[in-house]
Design a protein around this ligand. Structure first.
Ligand code: ATP
Ligand code: MG
Ligand code: FE
Length: 334
């Protein structure tokens, strides 16, 4: 089974060829560096760049995979959530290809795609599993029972973890995207400043990161006002530790409560090395195996979309060519 998958929900134009849901024959990601100069993604520019990139990116995926369109069994694309202009480029192109090839089209929820990065790398992942999705727009815990059955256990009530990384990075004068740059800076510092952790109600599996972001901003402002020296690497390390401690503790709490057989962590923040080490160390103590895809499958990519589509293909769950982009596609649709 050969799936050609396309992902254009934000600012990466991505295409992949995935065989039998596990073998990545090609995984092409064209990142749009132009947004750096604006300190964030500019939707208008993103969709225009997708338009320029989509044909060569898909062609490169096919070339690298060494296959022709005739060998493709289904075409998949992300249909939401994301930026509407960005989504429309990949979605329309995928639907057009499927129509021309007379092959099934499969629309994928972007977050289902992130979760399936786990099954792409670990097809035998022990279920039921608790899965943390920590990305730029979402921070949620899911209970994965089977490929057909999953439940939402908790979500962020304000900022996503990746969003907090991006905003704090900006406050520290780092570039965009902030996550990787903040991690690099944190590596040079010590977590010796206390920033508050929002644990919320006793047994809540929800998250909240906006207070932490504000605490960092206040710390920087007060230090400047009082002329106190600011060690930016220490601020970065302290912030990073605060976010990651909450992510790790809540994920383990969920896994223990549900009696999960394994823990999966995905999304851009799961590419953070300190996070990966912290979660693995903490889970070792309670004896629950942890699975985290390699970093390139944590951030946006089309291989994860191809893997998610493969499992839908097996169940004959194809999408109509009428499927529209849904920028605010809810978690419940998952
Ligand atoms: P969503 O998937 O919710 O729609 P997105 O697609 O923009 O959002 P991802 O591509 O999964 O998000 O991840 C990008 C986010 O991950 C950004 O917020 C980025 O700062 C963060 N991120 C990436 N690398 C790291 C890292 N090493 N440490 C911390 N955060 C990181
Ligand atoms: Mg991006
Ligand atoms: Fe994403």
């Amino acid at each position: 089974n050969v799936i050609l998958a396309i992902e254009t929900s934000c600012d990466e134009t991505a295409a992949a060829v995935v065989v039998d849901g596990v073998e990545v024959r090609a995984n092409i990601i064209a990142s749009q560096d132009i947004h750096r100069r604006y300190g964030g993604v500019v939707p208008e520019i993103a969709s225009r760049r997708h338009l320029e990139n989509i044909v060569p990116v898909v062609q490169e995926a096919l070339d690298r995979a060494g296959i022709t369109l005739a060998r493709v069994d289904a075409v998949a694309a992300t249909y939401g959530p994301g930026l509407v202009g960005s989504l429309l480029v990949g979605l329309s192109y995928a639907k057009g290809l499927a129509f021309a090839l007379e092959k099934p089209f499969i629309g994928i929820h972007h977050l289902v795609g992130h979760i399936y990065a786990g099954f792409l790398e670990y097809p035998e992942l022990p279920l039921p599993a608790v899965c943390l999705v920590a990305s730029g727009g979402h921070t949620s815990l899911f209970y994965l029972v089977s490929h057909e059955e999953r439940y939402l256990l908790g979500s962020t009530r304000d900022d996503a973890a990746g969003e907090a990384f991006d905003k704090v990075a900006r406050a520290l004068g780092l570039g965009y995207p902030g996550g990787p740059e903040l991690e690099r800076l944190a590596h040079k510092g010590k977590p010796n400043i206390y920033f508050p952790r929002a644990w919320l109600e006793e047994d809540s599996l929800d998250f909240s990161f906006s207070g932490l972001k504000t605490a960092v901003a206040n710390y920087l402002r007060q230090s400047r006002e009082t002329g106190q020296d600011i060690c930016l690497p220490d601020v970065a390390a302290s912030f990073q530790e605060a976010v990651i401690e909450v992510l790790v503790v809540k994920t383990l709490q969920a896994a223990r409560r549900k009696g999960a057989s394994s823990i999966l962590a995905v999304g851009g923040v799961a590419s953070n090395q300190y996070f990966r080490r912290s979660l693995k160390t903490a889970a070792l103590e309670v004896g629950i195996p942890v699975f985290i895809p390699r970093p390139v499958y944590c951030t946006d990519n089309a291989a994860m979309i191809g893997c998610a589509a493969y499992y839908q293909y097996l169940r004959g769950q194809f999408s109509s060519l009428d499927l529209d982009a849904v920028p605010d596609l809810p978690l419940e649709a998952l």
